[in-house]
Write a protein that binds this ligand. Structure first.
Ligand code: NAD
Length: 478
């Protein structure tokens, strides 16, 4: 029986095949014990009519091999195509996306010094992809943040910090605005943080956090954040460190792991032998550690550092230290020539067996279910020609025991006491409140009357109290 570890590989789109070829050549030359099972994903699959970008048979390979080395893919615009990256992360339960970013000055030019790790939540947030067009004017995307999902990623970040002897974990949210979703993420960060007294904790609002990350990244160590913020800040960090082409990442869950570059398929330079394969190579190095081939991982990492020190650079990292500007293939050959050599400026890397990515603490915390009381409804209506006062009069005529608390348009209160400066669209929300004891039947009766009178209700959000606390936010100006 072969002692080689079988992994699933996808060559991807754009620069994907070039950087995957380069990476596999380096892996093989370094003596990685790997057997590759290649699956087809991405553009070709999309254009054959499969909107997920991945064939059912590919899932079998991923579920059997459990380790996936993936080149970037192109998601076609529009047409109902879903991002295969997002699908793979969610279907395989890869809840944590870990993106280390280090500067390599002076060989890779950067104004900063940084050595940080972004731990990005990988399954939730606006990436749930729940979007609807509700009226002629208004579309929506639902942001879902769950308590278990937040607990898992935040605990992962703290455990990662412990494993890697990192000193500080910073949480980025926008909870001054999104009080329910980001507010919960921040609260859970505070709760779990208490279990790690030796690690410094910090919270930053995402806007100033991103600005500080671009301006003084050395102040950060581990950053944990939600899916969209994590996606954006990891490109910022990588670019500030020198190039998006440098950074690799791993996506990990309880069952499988996926290793990739952080960048996309770069169609602007595809097929030109210009792409830097370092991002995918760094993903592959993390993969070798994950599958317990740390010596090969160290050998490749050191040869890669030596290549950069020797001034052998791809175009994206060209600097005063560049001695030889090379393409993808020649860069890979230069790394291969240096296998077995150590860097002299950078500290040599020695990975150890089994330590990395072996963090297993991510059960869901036991939670006492809160008491949940229905207290009212937000009733959304499509009304291109509505006037707030007329709509209020209608709703008050049909709402029975419930009280109309306010009407808002795009979140801004327009009744009572609306002001003419507020711009309105065709998307109206009427907040009906009945207090504890409110029933669904009361809503059904209102909807029936509204329907009979020709009103187009487009959605309902139930209003609940949880343990007596409102499970909804006030409208702006309410
Ligand atoms: P991109 O990351 O592909 O490219 C952004 C810029 O960085 C381009 O100028 C590109 O030339 C450069 N660049 C990226 N990687 C490089 C490398 N290895 N070497 C040198 N230069 C590099 O981002 P984009 O242009 O916004 O997206 C292109 C496509 O990639 C889109 O279809 C997008 O959906 C997809 N995408 C895929 C992934 C993934 O598969 N994980 C991630 C992000 C974007």
């Amino acid at each position: 029986m072969s002692s080689k570890r079988k992994i699933t590989v996808a060559y991807g789109d754009g620069i994907g095949p070039e950087i995957m070829d380069a990476t596999i050549k380096i892996l093989d030359a370094a003596g990685a014990q790997l057997e590759y099972e290649v699956i087809e994903i991405g553009e070709k699959v999309y254009l054959s009519g499969v909107t997920s970008g991945i064939l059912d048979s590919a899932w079998d390979s991923l579920r059997t091999n459990k380790v996936f080395l993936k080149a970037p893919i192109t998601t076609p615009q529009g047409g109902g195509y879903k991002s295969m990256n997002v699908t793979a992360r969610k279907m395989l339960g890869l809840y944590s996306n870990v993106r280390p970013v280090q500067t390599l000055v002076p060989y890779v030019a950067s104004k900063h010094h940084m050595d940080l790790v972004i731990v990005r939540e990988n399954e939730e947030d606006l990436y749930a992809g729940i979007e609807h067009r509700q009226t002629a004017d208004v579309v929506q995307c639902i942001k879902l943040i769950s308590r278990p999902g937040s607990e898992k990623i935040i605990r992962y970040a703290f455990e990662y910090a412990v494993q890697y002897n990192r000193k500080k974990v910073t949480c980025f949210t926008k909870d001054n605005i999104m009080k329910m979703t980001d507010g919960m993420f921040h609260r859970i960060f505070n709760e779990i943080g208490e279990e790690y007294p030796h690690i410094e904790k910090e919270h930053r609002i995402i806007d100033i956090g991103s600005a500080l990350l671009a301006d003084s990244p050395e102040r950060f160590d581990v950053i944990v954040t939600e899916n969209l913020y994590g996606d954006i800040i990891s490109d910022i960090a990588a670019q500030v460190a020198g190039s998006v082409g440098l950074c690799g990442s791993f996506n990990i869950g309880d069952h499988c792991a996926m290793f990739e570059a952080i960048h996309g398929s770069a169609p602007d330079i595809a097929g030109q032998d210009k792409a830097n394969p370092s991002g995918l190579l760094n993903g592959a190095i993390m993969m070798l550690v994950h599958i317990n081939q740390p010596e090969v991982a160290s050998k490749i990492h050191n040869a890669w550092l030596k290549t950069l020190e020797d001034g052998i650079h791809t175009g994206d990292i060209k600097s005063d230290y560049t001695k030889q500007l090379v393409g993808t293939k020649a860069f890979a050959e230069a790394v291969i020539e240096r296998l077995g050599q150590m860097p002299s400026h950078f500290a040599p890397i020695t990975y150890s067996k089994g330590k990395d990515h072996d963090i297993k603490v991510f059960g869901v915390r036991p939670m006492v279910a809160p008491k949940k009381d229905l207290v009212g409804f937000d009733l959304f209506l499509d009304g291109p020609n509505f006037k707030a006062d007329d709509l209020a009069a209608f709703i008050q005529s049909v709402c029975g025991r419930l009280t109309l608390k306010m009407i808002s348009n795009r979140g801004a209160r327009v009744w009572p006491n609306g002001i003419p400066e507020t711009f309105t669209t065709d998307h109206w929300r009427c907040r009906l409140f009945g207090g504890v004891g409110t029933t669904h039947q009361e809503l059904i009766d209102i909807l029936q009357t509204a329907h009979d009178k020709g009103y187009d209700f487009i959605k309902i959000e139930n209003l609940y109290y949880f343990d007596g606390e409102p499970g909804y936010t006030a409208g702006q100006g309410e």
